[in-house]
Design a protein around this ligand. Structure first.
Ligand SMILES: Nc1ncnc2c1ncn2[C@@H]1O[C@H](COP(=O)(O)OP(=O)(O)OP(=O)(O)O)[C@@H](O)[C@H]1O
Length: 755
């Protein structure tokens, strides 16, 4: 009775006693093994049953296919056609060749048709009713004997080169014949012993029409693939827009009107590719390059879904939330809501709301009550707060018809996955799910099943083998000692500004830094150097962040120093240069940061600035078109100016930067595993930013980071408190405040959880 098996193979029987005890107490168990609730438990078992059924069907299918295949083989030999016809209708030679082509022309199967392999072909020396083999066969052959044996299995004959079996008197002296019975019950490949048919390859008859035909087909397909690829590259050069117009795709006329007044007439390629699938109600995973209009691609079907739902359900006083859009950052949520409002300009009855951190919970609740919405854009953490605090939102989510995950790969990554899973558990199962991102690594494709239905579609407008970055963006990398990075940033910024002396020309630059506190340090330095600069990261209050983000979008000449809060999804349409100081957390983050420039097919530039010990990262992006940036000569006056400016920055900012710098690199496997080297590098960083000595760490923090007894790491507990009280406050500031908003700088959170 308790013999069910759950996810990782654990038997429920082990927990049986607990259930029984709870049952006697009345009411049945509230929680089930593994802490899951009744409904989740039920769903888990329903899923298991479904999976089992699917597996059985799959096995059936494979068995059937195997039988068909064996009959195709025998059908190739004309004398065996009648045998095949006895069980299955034989294929005509053309159909057979087509079937083979379909099977073997799949990508990766080409080697099945090389010179030393091929289908069986009748030999002129073939005996009338039994078997055949080519004259100079080097390996083994098998052909089914006409008629079945008594156990229902088929009889096959095998020849072994060099065998001296005397029973095959009609065959040449150099080869022997062995009779083997293949029965699914008694004879697997193991029973063939040394006569295993796969030991040597078969020889293709030289002028087989079948092989020639397949070769011809292969070449044709390869050629068309190359042409397709070239066409795609050409298309991307021509811009992101397609020829399809919004008024051609059967969406509401009021939406089309709103599109026209926003200046959108033609769809972008990703919109053209994904819209028909989204409108037919299918789940879909969409990959398209940065800045190609993915937000509109999911907002358009979202609006259509709401319109449809509202036309069938007019009675409710407080409307359900029909569409939920999840995204990783507060700024992105506001941006998506703003685009939605533009598209809803002529739909009076449809409301959009955001639910993000940094706003008081009660304020959220009041807003949701007073201004009910059908489309909700939220960050996972804050939405989960509402769901768990039973603020009434769970009830309104019961009517949900569409779930959208923007930046899906990030949301399904470790930092967010748990929250997203919990949210998905509270949503109705009968819904459509849309997942969008510019990067979808393989492992994310696998976990996307958490949200998507099994029979979902995958739309990839990037194309296999094509770079995932916009072709219009020139990409450079620069390797220099990390002590010189701030001087180099200043130098590149100045050069970039001087290239475009006309003040009317837009110059927007984003400088990405590894953490929030390093962002603050770089911002303070550039400000000291009288540059027109703003900062944005998770330590800043939400109002400030929103103001800076809006100001940067509107500006003509401004530098934004940012942590990863701006790396994904943020649409600043005119960014001309992106500088990344230090390695990003992974390849995907590099692509998204770079994607803040070159949007909508515009031109842009990107510079990745790394230290020699970060060079390994270039291997992760080796398929992207990066060129080496020549190391510039730094003017000694500028160097002095930077040192003076650095001296004006407060120690608390520098100490916090040191702590978060250490935390970030400690969390990166390739660098963090060499603790002694890491400590040395951190101390060099501390020196380069003008600290007299490296700040200390709390003992507990140091041991969590695996840095307790590492030379060069100072521990706070071993010093007098008065001596190092400033260190203590900066550690707290740099490390613990990350807990408040890990949506932004989650790598630093990893540090708190240990290396
Ligand atoms: N059909 C269209 N015609 C013209 N412009 C469009 C169209 N669709 C979207 N855009 C514009 O393209 C720009 C980029 O759009 P969006 O921010 O949705 O890109 P994205 O693909 O989501 O990028 P990211 O991957 O960085 O999130 C926006 O300025 C948007 O206004």
């Amino acid at each position: 009775m308790w013999g069910w098996v759950i996810g990782e193979g654990r038997s429920v029987a082990a927990h049986g006693w607990k259930w029984v005890a709870l049952r006697h107490m009345g009411g049945g168990p509230r929680t089930f093994p593994g802490g899951v609730n009744k409904w989740k438990w039920k769903r888990m078992h329903e899923k298991l049953a479904r999976d089992k059924q699917k597996r059985l069907i799959q096995q059936e299918k494979q068995l059937y296919e195997a039988r068909i295949r064996s009959h195709i083989r025998s059908a190739l030999c004309p004398d065996h056609r009648s045998a095949a016809a006895a069980t299955h209708s034989p294929l005509s030679p053309t159909d057979h060749v087509k079937a083979l082509a379909d099977r073997f022309l799949k990508h990766g199967a080409e080697d099945l048709w090389n010179d030393r392999d091929g289908p069986l072909a009748p030999s002129p020396t073939q005996t009338p009713n039994l078997h055949f083999r080519p004259k100079h066969s080097r390996g083994y052959r098998s052909v089914p004997e006409v008629g079945n044996n008594r156990a229902g299995g088929q009889k096959f004959r095998f020849w072994r080169k060099g065998s001296d079996d005397s029973s095959t008197e009609s065959e040449s002296e150099s080869e022997g014949e062995v009779e083997v019975e293949l029965n699914p019950k008694v004879g697997g490949s193991a029973s063939l012993g040394e006569y295993d048919v796969k030991r040597e390859r078969r020889v293709v008859p030289k002028r087989s029409e079948v092989v020639e035909f397949i070769r011809y087909e292969l070449n044709k397909r390869k050629l068309s693939q190359v042409e397709e690829q070239q066409g795609e590259e050409q298309q991307s050069n021509e811009g992101i827009l397609s020829n399809t117009r919004f008024d051609e795709c059967g969406i509401s006329s009021l939406t089309v009107k709103a599109f026209s007044s926003a200046g959108y007439v033609h769809m972008t390629r990703v919109q053209e590719a994904s819209l028909p699938i989204c409108l037919e109600g299918t789940d879909v995973l969409v990959k398209a390059k940065t800045g190609t209009g993915k937000s509109v691609a999911f907002l358009l079907p979202a609006i259509e879904t709401v319109l449809k739902a509202m036309s069938t359900n007019k009675s409710q006083r407080v409307p359900p939330i029909y569409v939920l859009i999840l995204c990783p950052t507060r700024e992105l949520a506001s941006q998506i809501a703003a685009v939605a409002k533009v598209l809803l300009k002529y739909h009076d009855g449809i409301g959009v709301q955001t639910l993000v951190g940094g706003v008081r919970f009660k304020v959220d609740q009041k807003r949701l009550e007073s201004d009910p919405c059908q489309i909700l854009v939220a960050t996972p953490g804050r939405l989960l707060d509402h769901v768990e605090n039973k603020s009434g939102i769970s009830l309104r989510l019961m009517g949900l018809q569409m779930l959208v995950l923007d930046e899906a790969d990030h949301l399904l990554n470790l930092g967010f996955r748990k929250d997203v899973e919990k949210i998905v558990d509270c949503l109705p199962r009968q819904r459509q799910s849309l997942l969008f991102s510019a990067t979808i690594p393989k492992e994310v494709r696998r976990v996307s099943q958490l949200v998507l239905k099994r029979e979902h579609k995958y739309v990839d407008t990037v194309g296999t083998g094509c770079a995932e970055t916009p072709v219009e963006v020139k990409q450079f990398y620069l390797i220099a000692p990390h002590e010189s990075h701030l001087q180099l940033v200043h130098h590149i910024l100045k050069e970039h500004i001087m290239q475009k002396p006309d003040y009317k020309i837009c110059i927007q630059v984003i400088v990405f830094c590894i953490t929030g506190m390093v962002t603050s340090l770089v911002y303070n330095l550039l400000r000291e150097m009288k540059m027109n600069v703003r900062e944005i990261h998770s330590r800043k209050p939400q109002l400030y962040r929103t103001r800076v983000s809006d100001e940067f979008r509107e500006s003509k000449q401004l530098i934004l120093v940012s942590s990863d809060v701006s790396s994904r999804g943020m649409n600043y349409p005119d960014v001309t240069l992106v500088i990344q100081v230090g390695i990003p957390s992974d390849r995907e983050q590099y692509i998204h940061r770079l994607g803040r420039t070159g949007r909508e097919g515009k031109e842009g530039e990107g510079v990745l600035m790394i230290a020699p010990w970060e060079e390994y990262f270039l291997g992760e992006i080796k398929d992207l078109p990066l060129q080496k940036f020549p190391l510039p000569d730094i003017d000694p006056h500028a160097k002095l100016k930077i040192e003076n400016s650095m001296a004006n920055i407060g120690n608390d900012i520098k100490e916090a930067a040191y702590h978060s710098w250490l935390g970030y690199y400690n969390s990166i496997r390739e660098i963090g595993r060499e603790k002694t080297t890491l400590a040395e590098l951190a101390n060099r960083f501390s020196e380069s930013i003008g600290l007299q000595r490296p700040p200390a760490l709390f003992r507990k923090t140091a041991s969590k980071m695996g840095l307790k007894d590492i030379p060069g790491i100072r521990i706070l507990g071993s010093l007098s408190l008065s001596q190092d009280c400033s260190d203590g406050s900066s550690i707290l500031k740099a490390l613990t405040s990350d807990l408040n908003d890990y949506t932004d700088d989650w790598p630093t959170l990893k540090l708190l959880r240990g290396p």
